[in-house]
Write a protein that binds this ligand. Sequence first.
Ligand SMILES: C[S@@+](CC[C@H](N)C(=O)[O-])C[C@H]1O[C@@H](n2cnc3c(N)ncnc32)[C@H](O)[C@@H]1O
Length: 147
Amino acid sequence: MVELVRRNVVKAGSNHVNIIHGDGNNLPFRDKSYDMVNSTGVLFTSPNPIRTLNECYRVLKNGKEALIVDICRDISKEEREHVKEELAKRGVSWLGRLLTIYAIPMAYTIEEFSEIVDETTFEHYEIELYELWSIKVGMKVKLRKSL
Ligand SMILES: C[S@@+](CC[C@H](N)C(=O)[O-])C[C@H]1O[C@@H](n2cnc3c(N)ncnc32)[C@H](O)[C@@H]1O
């Protein structure tokens, strides 16, 4: 996976991206060393999202934000069918099945995720439904560390 990312970075013509393999529950970075943390589609798979978010907090500089985009379970049966249809139209029906059979059922609702964030060291957050592939199947969570 790391090699694939490295190849894609080279293909994109970027020479200022550093790829590091690490554990989200024990980030290999110093305290307060980053202006921004971004995570996409990871926390719904994590057995310990509080710890992962606290690690994001630790490595952020004061006053800076983490942006988390994750799969959300707050969607109805009809919307799940819509997800499958939309992704099939785009030629990725496997992704529709993966999302509806595995990912969405194991994801958090916005209420559950808010309770998780309440247990973390972050002082401020906003959370909202978010469109992935133009479908409201995700949540966007902005977390800020106090100055
Ligand atoms: C659904 S994939 C999303 C991958 C990618 N972020 C994307 O948007 O395509 C979830 C990824 O999170 C990784 N993951 C889960 N827990 C992790 C942890 N504690 N530390 C590092 N990676 C983790 C899994 O190995 C998996 O590759």
